[in-house]
Design a protein around this ligand. Structure first.
Ligand code: HEM
Length: 415
């Protein structure tokens, strides 16, 4: 099947509820050739089984995806216009293109294996669990700041600052800069849709990251960034460009994802208030409820780009060497061939092998952190604001445009 269909992921009507379109695609052309607003033609993979296989297929390369020069919203960062940026000469700062393209999500093994191993110890379930008291404290401080208010935008005041504060502290960069960082990050993730804003945002972001590295190098601490600088300087297992690119990826991942888990999950609970009351009354449901938010309205709508390194077949369709492929995670997670009553939000769904964190070697490194933050956030929010309500009709909330992420612009609530 080789439809050349146009899909406008920037269309607010599409983003308001993309699920009916995805359901139709799964039925009528589950692997479809699609032209994106950027002009790039990609294969979209929409069924669960095909999606899971594609995510783990070594013939779908990440490194090559960064060489095709697609600066679109499906990549977390715009690619360099030609091939991945060359390593700068020793003692020269890495170019912006190198900072954007030398991280683990833009590499294949063996580079991917080496880069991921350098930080994986900091993200194990045990190490993340040790952060619990501090995450609880940050959560309480954010909720304290809302005390006495009647209404608020829950994205701005809670869902956004919580994960940022956590990732900034983990890395060892000041969270005070988070608003500037958020602005650059939003522009960069939207890719070519950001037009003239893109280059200045990239320059500002890269300048910020390089300055943070210089500062930590001069005055090391106990944080992850200081550890990475040591790996770079003393053991030489990381280039300067890879070091800055790692920081870039972790900060972007920390800024753009968990906010949507908290935002989308709260919206789902308040949209059908009996779900909110049910979870409040039975906190034992929290772990399965969080997995269900991830499945039902996951924070990441599509995978990042992959490129076929040889001709291959996905769901009966031939994909040619060089073709870009994007896996629609949001669609795979509503596939009723995999999930009974897939369009129903079931807080106690016990079999839930969703793909919200991806699958295969690029499976989300931050999943244990995101899950812990969500558990604390939802638990504390229900304790402190049992009467929380939406301040607008559920369907009037605005979703952020773009292909990669699924999240709300704002979530107006009555406290
Ligand atoms: C609910 C929140 C989150 C969701 C839904 C999510 C989702 C994902 C997905 C789908 C991928 C794979 C993309 C692909 O294969 O194209 C991924 C990769 C990744 N995520 Fe997350 N993420 C979340 C939070 C985080 C956090 C908090 C961090 C850490 C700071 C993080 C760090 C990463 C990294 C480093 C990768 C690349 C892994 C690799 O290439 O081996 N994520 N994430």
């Amino acid at each position: 099947m080789t439809q050349n269909l146009e899909v406008d992921f920037t269309d607010p009507d599409f983003q308001a509820n993309p699920h009916p379109a995805y359901a139709q695609w799964r039925r009528t052309g589950p692997v479809r050739r699609t032209r994106l607003p950027s002009g790039l033609t990609v294969w979209l993979v929409t069924r669960y089984d095909d999606a899971r296989r594609a995510l783990a297929d070594p013939r779908l390369s990440k490194q090559s995806a960064f060489a095709i020069g697609s600066s679109t919203a499906a990549n977390p960062v715009p690619n360099s216009p030609a091939n991945p940026a060359p390593e700068p000469a020793a003692n020269r700062p890495p170019s912006p293109a190198a900072v954007l393209s030398r991280h683990m999500l833009a590499t294949d093994p063996p580079d991917h294996t080496r880069l991921r191993r350098l930080v994986s110890a900091a993200f194990t379930a045990r190490r993340i669990e040790a952060l619990r008291p501090r995450i609880e404290q940050i959560t309480d401080e954010l909720l304290d700041a809302l005390a006495g208010r009647e209404s608020a935008d829950l994205i701005d005041t809670f869902a956004f600052p919580l994960p940022i504060q956590v990732i900034c502290e983990l890395l060892g960069v000041p969270a005070a800069d988070r608003d500037a960082f958020r602005a650059w990050s939003n522009v960069i993730v939207a890719g070519s849709q950001s037009g003239d804003q893109l280059e200045p945002a990239i320059r500002a972001m890269v300048g910020y990251i390089l300055a943070q590295i210089a500062e930590r190098r001069a005055d090391p601490g106990e944080d992850l960034l200081s550890g990475l600088i040591q790996v770079r300087d003393e053991r030489d297992r990381l280039t300067e460009a890879e070091l800055s690119s790692m920081v870039f990826l972790l900060l972007i991942a920390g800024h753009e994802t968990t906010v949507n888990l908290i935002g989308n999950g709260t919206w789902l609970l308040l949209r059908e208030r009996e779900q909110w009351e049910r979870l409040r009354a039975d906190r034992a449901l929290l772990p399965t409820a969080i997995e269900e938010f991830l499945r039902y309205e996951g924070p990441v709508e599509t995978s990042t780009f992959r490129v076929a390194t040889e001709d291959l077949e996905i769901g009966g369709v031939t994909v040619r060497a060089g073709d870009p492929v994007v896996i629609v995670l949001l669609s795979a997670n509503r596939d009723d061939n995999r999930f009974p009553e897939a369009d129903e939000l079931r807080l106690d769904r016990s079999q839930n092998p969703h793909l919200a964190f991806g699958h295969g070697i690029h499976y989300c490194l931050g999943a244990p952190l995101a899950r812990l933050e969500a558990q604390i956030a939802f638990g504390r929010l229900m304790d402190r604001h049992p009467g929380l309500r939406l301040a607008v009709e559920p369907e009037l909330v605005r979703w952020r445009p773009g292909m990669l992420l699924r999240g709300l612009h704002e979530l107006p609530v009555l406290l």
